[in-house]
Write a protein that binds this ligand. Structure first.
Ligand code: SF4
Length: 218
């Protein structure tokens, strides 16, 4: 047997497992990059919708939606966003705007609560794309308003909020299997973690506040 044939036979088993493994890695990488792109596209869509509502004064959110200015500009970088002049990114003007934004000041007064809500969401993020972090900040800021969460975020319906939460925080969203009002549900989670925000009874079924926590959010 010549040396070349011998070498081929020796290394054939390696190629037999290496090629399928490389193909599998390639397929996984493609699937992961497509999940990332899809998540970013969906989140930019929701971000623009929330932003549009905020500019029409239809949310409880501050000017930068509960994001740092750099996060805000990163999320706002979608091409269809050019309707708004914030892309000019005037740092000084932005600092002044934040300082005079009453809703931003209210958020800062409740920063601990906002952080707890944000951490709850981030602890359950889908991990497809970094835009989930920005969405967690915006949703946590929306929780500080006085209305239903979908309205305080300026979304078109509760169903749209369900979709946003399921896409970004799937395990947490699935845990709300009794269709609890979303804000109450999040605060209940914090309660169970020892935060003590909502619950006045050991179980929902025995609680006098049941109708505040369950029922339609219209
Ligand atoms: S119904 Fe009562 S126990 Fe259940 S989440 Fe609401 S406040 Fe808490």
């Amino acid at each position: 047997m010549n040396a070349v044939v011998h070498l081929r036979q020796t290394f054939r088993p390696v190629t037999d497992w290496l090629v399928p493994l490389m193909n599998e890695l390639k397929t996984n990488a493609l699937a992961s990059s497509s999940a990332k792109a899809e998540q970013l596209a969906r989140n930019q869509f929701w971000f623009r919708q929330i932003l549009r509502s905020q500019r029409r004064d239809k949310t409880c959110l501050p000017h930068f939606l509960g994001l740092s200015t750099s996060e805000f500009h990163w999320m706002a970088a979608g091409k269809r966003y050019r309707l708004y002049d914030e892309l000019l990114h005037d740092t000084e003007a932005e600092r002044e705007r934040q300082a005079s934004d009453l809703r931003q000041q209210l958020l800062e007064m409740r920063l601990d609560e906002w952080e707890e809500l944000r951490n709850l969401l981030l602890g359950h993020r889908a991990n497809n794309d970094d835009s989930e972090v920005a969405i967690a900040s915006v949703v946590a800021a929306g929780c500080l308003g006085g209305g239903h969460l979908w309205r305080d975020l300026g979304l078109v319906s509760r169903q749209e909020l369900n979709d946003l939460l399921s896409a970004n925080f799937p395990v947490l969203a699935a845990r709300n299997d009794r269709d609890m009002k979303w804000k109450k549900f999040f605060y209940k989670q914090l309660c169970e973690l020892g935060g003590g925000y909502v619950c006045r009874a050991p179980s929902c079924d025995q609680c006098s506040a049941y109708s505040d926590c369950f029922g339609p959010e219209t």
